[in-house]
Design a binder for this molecule. Structure first.
Ligand SMILES: *Cc1c(COP(=O)(O)O)cnc(C)c1O
Length: 373
């Protein structure tokens, strides 16, 4: 077949791999000879407490209006978020997960011949969405304590740079950045470079360590913060995230965004979730307890771990990490390998319910005894 007769894609599409998602939980369970309810998912930083009862109520009421298109801008949710943060409504954009917003940010500012910068040990989607725009990506080595090296990131900026990704607290390291350091960093980023400040886990950061990111947006027209309902609010399946930025930036981003990008039930679910801060509070308590329980056990086992500022712990279980993860999997416990981050001895485990944490620890100990050095 000649070239003209086959479908042609740009080089950057040819070079990309499909995102490797895990199999449906029913299939995983069937493969292991277990029941789906016996599987303990500690792999995707989802909320182990389920979701708010208020969300269940609101969604069940709304389910019979699916014949109508949703609001194109997620009006009510947008308004509620604007009120919560004290910004005008046109400073808020709602996305189908904050993942969509990361992609929209990339499409808004990147093209062939430009670059995007992100720190080592960060969310795998950053380079993906940037390369999809034909841009080049620059991964800046982290500091010795696995945090973003802000000075090195500034040094990496050149005339081709259009986008910088920064995450606080960070996934997969659980580290956080101090407000003063972020402010200094933002002051030095050229105003024509967009900064996507990803706060997917911000609710889990101790209040005293949280920075006033909305104030950063007020000061810097090139900054957009991205947050999500997937983690603390327990709505990963609904796919809702939100961005806050000045309207000039959002008016560009909204040209790229599809109208009706967030479905009706998800808009309703997120609005109900936002109003149930008690659920979030309970989530934070369960998480804090879980971190205490797990780190005490890791200390006893002399397993080093990274930052504790989110709803997961990245822990070094040794050179037999792969076998131990396989062993956990066989017992129905799914955690995240860190090999793709060049950290083959580490795993990332989402903090679960007390029962899940205990079960994880029990099987981890078995695995360490079986395969440990
Ligand atoms: C989970 C996560 C998100 C949020 O993803 P959604 O698309 O909102 O589900 C964003 N950034 C990071 C770093 C994450 O870990």
């Amino acid at each position: 077949m000649s070239e003209e007769q086959t479908i042609q894609t740009p080089l950057w599409v040819q070079e990309l791999d499909k995102y490797k998602a895990s199999k449906p939980i029913e299939d995983v369970a069937a493969d292991l000879g277990l029941k789906p309810e016996d599987i303990i998912m500690l792999v995707a930083n989802e909320n182990p407490n389920g979701m708010s009862d208020k969300v269940k109520e609101a969604v069940s009421k709304a389910v019979f209006s699916l014949n109508r298109y949703p609001d194109a801008d997620s009006y009510h949710l947008q308004k509620a978020i604007a009120e919560k943060y004290g910004v005008p409504q046109d400073w808020v954009v709602i996305g189908s997960g904050s993942s969509e917003l990361l992609g929209l940010a990339a499409q808004t500012v990147l093209s062939v011949g430009t670059t995007a910068i992100y720190p080592q040990y960060s969310f795998s989607l950053y380079p993906m969405v940037a390369r999809l725009c034909g841009a080049e990506t620059i991964e800046v080595p982290a500091t010795d304590d696995y945090n973003a090296d802000l000075q090195a990131m500034l040094d990496a900026i050149d005339s081709r740079t259009r986008l910088i990704f920064l995450t606080n607290p960070n996934n997969p390291t659980g580290t956080y950045l101090a407000e003063d350091d972020i402010l200094q960093f933002l002051d030095q980023v050229p105003p024509n470079v967009m900064v996507l400040f990803d706060e997917a886990y911000v609710e889990f950061l101790e209040p005293a360590l949280q920075c006033d990111s909305v104030e950063m947006v007020r000061r810097h027209p090139n900054v957009m913060i991205a947050r999500t309902f997937s983690k603390a609010y327990g709505l990963a399946g609904a796919r809702v995230g939100y961005g806050i930025a000045q309207p000039e930036l959002l008016s560009l981003l909204n040209r790229v965004r599809h109208p009706f990008n967030v479905n009706d039930l998800s808009q309703i679910a997120a609005l109900a979730a936002l109003k149930d801060q008690d659920f979030v509070k309970k989530t934070l308590e369960v998480n804090k307890e879980g971190i205490k329980f797990l780190t005490e056990a890791f200390d006893q086992l002399e397993l080093p771990y990274m930052g504790l500022h989110a709803n997961f712990i990245t822990v070094r279980i040794g050179s037999h990490a792969d076998e131990i993860v396989d062993y956990l999997l066989k017992k129905g416990i799914i955690v995240r390998r860190m090999r793709s981050y060049d950290l083959p001895e580490w795993v990332r485990v989402t903090v679960g319910t007390p029962e899940q944490n205990e079960r994880f620890l029990e099987v981890l100990k078995e695995g360490l005894n079986k395969f440990g050095e």
